[in-house]
Design a binder for this molecule. Structure first.
Ligand code: PEP
Ligand code: MN
Length: 363
C-alpha cells in the first residue's frame, strides 16, 4: 500500500498564524440571520480562522432536520464576506461538490458517514479532479484506520494537496462520550503521515458542551493541528446538535483557557536535560525488554514441561494469583491499576500464545 500523501503545507488556510487552526460555526445553517449573527460574534472573538456550517445534514433517523440544502450556500458565502472568515461545509455527493464550488465555498469536508463508503468517497474525488481547494476528511464512524487512510488517498490521488483529516471520534455504546475518541487512531495516522494536519472535533466526540474543553485540551496536548467546534448564537434553539453547540462567547472562553504548548523548545538547558532523561528511559527500556524476554524463556520451558505432562496452557488459578499478587505490588510502586491490568493482560496473552504453539507443535 502507498504510504505517502502529497500534502501542501496548510499554513495559508490558517492565515499563516502560529497555533491551531480554529474552525467554528453552527452544526447546520438554519437561516441567513442565524448564520450572520453567529458569524459576526465569532469573528469578533478574533480567534476563528474558518466558519463552518452544515448545508446538507446526514441524520441518523429520518424526520430530523436534514439541512436547508443549496439555498443556504449563499448565506454561508455572504457571512464569509461580511466577516472575513473563510467558509467550509460538508459534501457527501458530487452534486454537493458542484454546488458548493459554484457558490464559492473555500474549504470542503467529508463527513464521517461518507468516509465509510469508498464508492461515495471516490465519486466525490472524481468530482474534485483538477480543482485546487482544501479538503478535510473526517474519520469513518467505525474505528478503521485503513478506511480513513483510503479516503485520504482517494482525495489526494485526484490532485487535492491541501489535505487534512478531522478526528471526530468513533461510534460506540460507551456512555462517557457521544463518539469515543480512541486517540491512538489519529496518533497512528500522524505517525504514518507526519505532514498531514489533523484537526480535532471535540463537539462530535463530547456530545455536550460541558465536555468540550477537556477534549480540546487533550487534542492540544497531543499536538493536533486545529479544532473544529460547533457554535450557535443561541445553542438552545439550534435545529441540530443543540446540546453540544456552544455560544461564541463560550467558545471564546474555552479558547482563552486552552493551553497550547509547543512540541519542542529551543532552550539548550531544556534540551540537554531532556536528552539526559531520555537516555535513562532508553536504558530502562532495554532492561525491560531483556527481562520480558527472560520471562518468555521461562514460559517456553513451562510450555514444554506442560506438554510432557499433557496439561493445558491456561490455568485460571495461576492467572488469578498473578493478578492478585502483582496488582497491589505495582500499585505500591505508584503505577495505576488500569495500566498494571493492561500489562499483565498482554504478557499473559503472549505466554498463552507461546505455550499453545509449543503444545500444538507449531514450533
Ligand atoms: C457535522 O460536522 O455536523 C457532522 C455531521 O459531523 P460527523 O460527520 O462527524 O458526524
Ligand atoms: Mn453536528
Amino acid at each position: 500500500m502507498q504510504a505517502k500523501l502529497n500534502i501542501t503545507n496548510h499554513s495559508h488556510w490558517n492565515k499563516g498564524k502560529n497555533g491551531p487552526v480554529i474552525i467554528s460555526g453552527p452544526c447546520s445553517a438554519e437561516s441567513p440571520e442565524q448564520l450572520l449573527k453567529t458569524g459576526k460574534l465569532l469573528a469578533a472573538t478574533q480567534k476563528i480562522d474558518v466558519l463552518r456550517a452544515g448545508i446538507w445534514k446526514p441524520r441518523t433517523r429520518p424526520n430530523a432536520f436534514e439541512g436547508i440544502g443549496q439555498q443556504a450556500l449563499s448565506w454561508l458565502v455572504e457571512t464569509g464576506k461580511q466577516t472575513g472568515l473563510r467558509t467550509s461545509t460538508e459534501v457527501a455527493t458530487p452534486v454537493h461538490v458542484e454546488q458548493a464550488l459554484k457558490a464559492g465555498i473555500d474549504i470542503l469536508w467529508i463527513g464521517a458517514r461518507t468516509t465509510t463508503n469508498p464508492f461515495s468517497v471516490q465519486a466525490i474525488a472524481d468530482s474534485l479532479k483538477g480543482i485546487d481547494i482544501p479538503v478535510l476528511v473526517k474519520n469513518p464512524i467505525n474505528p478503521d484506520l485503513n478506511l480513513w487512510i483510503g479516503a485520504l488517498e482517494r482525495i489526494n490521488n485526484v490532485g487535492i494537496h491541501q489535505l487534512g483529516a478531522i478526528h471526530r471520534g468513533f461510534s460506540t455504546f460507551h456512555q462517557e462520550y457521544r463518539n469515543a475518541p480512541l486517540w491512538e487512531i489519529p496518533l497512528k495516522l500522524k505517525t504514518i503521515f507526519p505532514d498531514l494536519p489533523i484537526i480535532n472535533d471535540p463537539s462530535h466526540i463530547s456530545g455536550t458542551r460541558e465536555n468540550l474543553f477537556v477534549v480540546a485540551q487533550k487534542a492540544m496536548d497531543l499536538n493536533m493541528d486545529g479544532l473544529m467546534i460547533e457554535s450557535h448564537f443561541n445553542p438552545k434553539i439550534a435545529l441540530s446538535d443543540a446540546q453540544q453547540q456552544v455560544s461564541p462567547e463560550g467558545l471564546f472562553q474555552l479558547l482563552e483557557k486552552l493551553h497550547v504548548r509547543t512540541a519542542n523548545s529551543e532552550s539548550e538547558i531544556y534540551n540537554t536535560r531532556l536528552e539526559e532523561l531520555r537516555s535513562k528511559i532508553d536504558q530502562v527500556d532495554n532492561e525491560l525488554f531483556a527481562k520480558i524476554a527472560e520471562r518468555m524463556d521461562y514460559t517456553r520451558e513451562i510450555g514444554r514441561y506442560k506438554k510432557e505432562n499433557d496439561v493445558t496452557p491456561f490455568q485460571l488459578d495461576r492467572w488469578k494469583e498473578i493478578i492478585e499478587t502483582r496488582t497491589p505490588f505495582a500499585i505500591s510502586l505508584g503505577l495505576s491499576e488500569e495500566f498494571t491490568d493492561k500489562i499483565l493482560q498482554i504478557m499473559h496473552d503472549e505466554s498463552i500464545k507461546i505455550q499453545s504453539a509449543i503444545l500444538n507443535n507449531v514450533n
